[in-house]
Design a protein around this ligand. Structure first.
Ligand code: F6R
Length: 234
């Protein structure tokens, strides 16, 4: 596990974007695992800049996002599908059919979780996965718990997560209470992981990197992954 403290959001974003660029140069048909949230926005902006300068192409790439709110339609401007289209998919040459997120409106969430896990498997797994981290150490929406969840599942969001995410909603009541998320096992099966941690995540990173491996701090499981780089803006 490598930790790089950059002391700058721009530097963190640049380093992450460089890793994605390198991945796409090495293997244009890479499977990229992607996160939403404040942490990767700068990285996606850099990728869009390089795409406009013809330095990179997503033509052959496929993406799988970590998670999606349960109960939100893709066109809802708070959905993670909407976020990804706004910050990346609509701004580069990726084929929309090659972009994947869980369906937050599926009738049967168990079936949808099984479909999404099988989809990731059928793509051959993720070459590179970008993660953020919650204040409580969550990765994807794997919240602190008594055990690790292996595969894609529906998760009830902790009050602290709902509160943190309410900054992007008009009212806290509008924040969905559940999400469909890759499981810890799904995440750990990625070949390479880059975790981005912005301001305010110092304690979560400290616990994840130096504390015991425990489902109470879900990101601590990354200590067992053979190719993880944590890049912080602090
Ligand atoms: C988002 C996700 C979450 C976020 C985390 C940090 O797809 O899976 O785990 O990465 O909540 O969010 P930000 O970056 O907004 O602080």
């Amino acid at each position: 596990m490598k930790v790089i403290n950059t002391n700058s959001y721009d530097k963190m974003s640049l380093m992450a974007a460089e890793a994605i660029k390198q991945q796409l140069t090495m293997k244009p048909d890479s499977i990229l695992g992607l996160a939403t949230g404040s942490s990767p926005i700068g990285c996606y902006a850099k990728l869009v800049e390089w795409y406009n300068e013809k330095q990179i192409s997503f033509k052959h790439a496929k993406t799988v996002n970590l998670d999606e709110y349960w109960g939100l339609a893709p066109e809802n401007n708070q959905s993670y599908r909407f976020f990804m289209e706004k910050h990346l998919f609509n701004l580069v040459d990726i084929n929309p059919e090659n972009t994947n997120l869980p369906n937050g409106l599926a009738d049967d969430y168990d079936q949808e979780c099984a479909r999404y896990e099988a989809l990731i498997d059928s793509l051959g797994g993720m070459d590179l996965l970008i993660l953020g981290i919650g204040h409580n150490g969550h990765i994807g929406f794997n919240e602190p718990d008594t055990c690790f969840h292996n595969i894609v599942h529906r998760e009830k969001l902790k009050d602290s997560t709902i509160k943190a995410n309410s900054r992007l909603f008009d009212n806290i009541e509008d924040v969905p209470t559940h999400a469909i998320t890759m499981g810890i096992g799904t995440i750990m099966r990625a070949n390479k992981i880059i975790l981005l941690a912005g301001e305010g995540k110092e304690e979560a990173i400290h616990k994840a990197t130096t504390g015991p491996i425990s489902a109470v701090v879900p990101a601590s499981v990354l200590q067992l992954h053979r190719n993880v780089t944590i890049i912080t803006s602090f």
